[in-house]
Write a protein that binds this ligand. Structure first.
Ligand code: NDP
Length: 330
């Protein structure tokens, strides 16, 4: 037996409950499978939706939610992994249609795992989690575009959230001038402590805007979507780039083509789920190298597994700052 959160849907409705779980839940071990003793997991926006049932994240029932975890290999039927190896899992539909990380054990194909980078603890990996890893994917896309620290201001939206907080710390650590857009003015000192040079009230971006505005941003990391993303594109400088990774403000994109055809702005879509292994490894290595551990520690709130369900609801309520790490064994 092990224990974890199970999401069920039946005549009694949609429920997430912490309970003892039978080993059989994880299914027969197949060739290539790895069974992991999960040490840490985390709460991303998607996990909060899965725990509350506010969006159809969970695709089969019953299911252990949790789109990422870090832990140690217990048993391996995959040539790349040995008992005791420290591993990270994120993406691949885990916590959506494959049992996830909000339990003390998980079983996944070994091809989905990434080695914990040297110098990074399992707790730090989950303090970063899918949100922080996605922030790094955004940064890598901007670097491939040619962005360099001297190029000008970089806008980060959804700044107090998980993606936003890690994006600010990463960019500032590399010498970029970061403007943090937030709806929580009280979090200005926190955002400045992560390295934001200035703070923008998110309401200046969230209302319908013009097809083109005054050019300001060398680049943008947007986790909000909707009018915010449209306005960010409209105010990005000629030949600049915008990465779109989230929909905290809405799934729509009420924009015009003007920034793209008149200013050569590039819009990059970022999907963390199906990233090829080489880019995954690069992203985790860069996180180990570039993210200041003290800044990471300052954005983390730790909860035991027993509090994960309630914390998921708070995260959707917009009252959680930064990243939530879940002590699965507590
Ligand atoms: P969080 O809840 O931690 O942060 C979201 C932030 O967005 C909030 O803290 C808030 O920042 C801002 N926000 C919330 N509601 C609104 C609103 N109505 N209008 C404008 N801003 C709002 O979530 P994450 O950082 O974990 O994820 C952010 C987004 O990125 C989510 O949509 C998530 O699904 C997506 N995502 C996508 C991934 C991918 O693979 N593409 C991977 C990971 C995340 P503030 O209070 O500072 O304004």
């Amino acid at each position: 037996m092990f224990h974890g959160i199970l999401v069920t849907q039946d005549d009694a409705g949609y429920r997430a409950t912490l309970q003892p779980l039978d080993d059989a839940l994880l299914g027969e071990e197949a060739d290539g499978d790895v069974t992991v003793q999960v040490a840490w997991s985390t709460l991303n926006y998607k996990d909060a939706l899965a725990l509350t049932g506010q969006a159809p994240i969970v695709r089969r029932f019953p299911l252990v939610p949790g789109i990422d975890f870090a832990g140690t290999v217990l048993r391996s039927r995959h040539p790349a992994w040995q008992v005791g190896d420290a591993v990270i899992l994120n993406g691949w539909g885990v916590g959506e249609n494959h049992h996830g990380g909000l339990a003390t054990q998980a079983r996944v194909p070994g091809d989905w795992l990434v080695a914990l980078p040297a110098g990074m603890t399992a707790r730090q990996a989950m303090a970063i989690g899918t949100a922080g890893y996605t922030a790094m994917l955004c940064l890598l896309a901007l670097e491939r575009h040619g962005l360099r620290p001297g190029d000008g201001e970089v806008l980060v939206t959804g700044a107090s959230g998980g993606v936003g907080s890690v994006a600010i710390a990463l960019l500032a650590g590399l010498g970029y001038t970061v403007v943090a857009s937030t709806g929580r003015p009280a979090e200005a000192p926190y955002l400045q402590s992560l390295g934001a040079a200035s703070i923008l009230d998110r309401h200046t971006l969230s209302a319908p805007g013009k097809p083109l505005g005054k050019e300001r941003w060398a680049a943008v990391i947007d986790s909000v979507g909707s009018h915010t993303l449209a306005n960010a594109c409209a105010t990005t400088r000629a030949n600049g780039a915008v990465t779109a990774c989230g929909l905290a403000g809405g799934m729509d994109l009420p924009a015009s083509v003007a920034p793209f055809i008149l200013r050569g702005v590039t819009l990059y879509g970022i999907n963390s789920v199906t990233v090829p292994l080489a880019l995954r490894q690069q992203a985790w290595q860069r996180l180990a190298h570039d993210l200041d551990p003290a800044r990471l520690a300052s954005m983390v709130h730790e909860v035991p597994l027993a509090d994960a369900i309630a914390t998921g609801a708070a995260l959707l309520g917009g009252t959680v700052r930064g990243r939530v790490v879940v002590d699965v064994q507590a």
